[in-house]
Design a protein around this ligand. Structure first.
Ligand code: SF4
Length: 277
């Protein structure tokens, strides 16, 4: 059965593609069954602060006053001050009437039976080039390669190239990490036609898989799990549901083969996870 025949076109964001690639079963539980547990309060607080920073940047770009918010929130105030020092041209642009700037810029692209949606924190474009900017309110990640492979980087530039006249070579994406030891840092990615073609292939492969898995799911099946022993299961909230919270057969063999017959680390692992049950 075609997906479109039985449901509306499914919207997909970069976060959903990341999850789908990490573990299809996790995608099933999170998005199709909405089984995810509420965030822990600390995480929620960080998220709220991050959302407030995004909102503030949006207001600032729209030319609305933000001073009152900054007075009330010392954390936002220090992020904003540091960001203004590090990237004055972003916060106080020269207005020449030739440059398009929009925060929370939304784009949508249909690929197969899916609506791929992206929201750019800020898009700056002129008749030569287009820059996508994204704010992150956590410290700069050490691994640029991982960020490059992340669906947010690939999809954001892919969708812009597909939905505008800009050549891939004239598109870039820059992440700003506002919390990097009080001194915001950025990571910039340029784009190219070969990256565009690679992303297209990768996207189509993943969506073909998703269509197959959805068809199986609507007939009573389940999305595939990652192989036993995968790191993804170690921190997954569905480990109990997936029966991945017990030592694997390899770990059991390791327990049996230690000279004492018991490996304390594995025993501890098993014990900790039993308490979780
Ligand atoms: S426990 Fe492992 S297999 Fe199950 S959803 Fe999580 S990551 Fe996937």
């Amino acid at each position: 059965m075609k997906i479109s025949a039985q449901t509306q076109l499914l919207r997909l964001s970069q976060g959903q593609l990341n999850l789908l690639e990490r573990c299809p079963r996790q995608f099933q539980h999170t998005y199709l069954e909405q089984l995810h547990s509420p965030c822990d309060p600390e995480h929620e607080e960080r998220q709220t602060l991050g959302s407030r920073f995004h909102l503030l940047m949006q207001q600032q770009q729209m030319g609305l006053p933000i001073d009152l918010f900054l007075l009330e929130d010392p954390q936002l105030n220090s992020w904003m001050k540091a960001f203004a020092n590090a990237a004055p041209d972003i916060l106080t642009p020269t207005t020449n009437g030739q440059t398009f700037r929009e925060s929370e810029h939304y784009r949508i692209l249909q690929v197969q039976d899916y609506l791929i949606t992206v929201i750019y924190d800020l898009l700056i474009a002129d008749n030569q080039q287009a820059q996508i900017l994204d704010w992150k309110t956590y410290p700069k990640p050490p691994n640029k390669r991982n960020l490059e492979q992340n669906w947010q980087t690939r999809l954001y530039m892919y969708v812009l190239a597909e939905t505008s006249d800009y050549l891939p070579e004239n598109i870039s994406m820059t992440y700003w990490f506002v919390q990097s030891d009080g001194n915001p840092q950025n990571i910039k990615f340029n784009y190219s036609i070969s990256q565009h073609n690679q992303t297209e292939k990768r996207l189509h492969r993943l969506l073909n898989d998703l269509t197959k898995w959805l068809e199986c799911y609507y007939q009573g099946g389940q999305f595939p799990q990652v192989p036993e022993g995968s790191k993804a299961c170690d921190y997954c909230q569905y480990a109990t549901r997936c029966e991945r919270d017990q030592p694997t057969s390899e770990q059991m063999s390791a327990i049996k083969s230690t000279s004492y017959g018991i490996d304390n680390n594995l025993l501890n692992l098993a014990r900790i996870q039993e308490i979780t049950l």
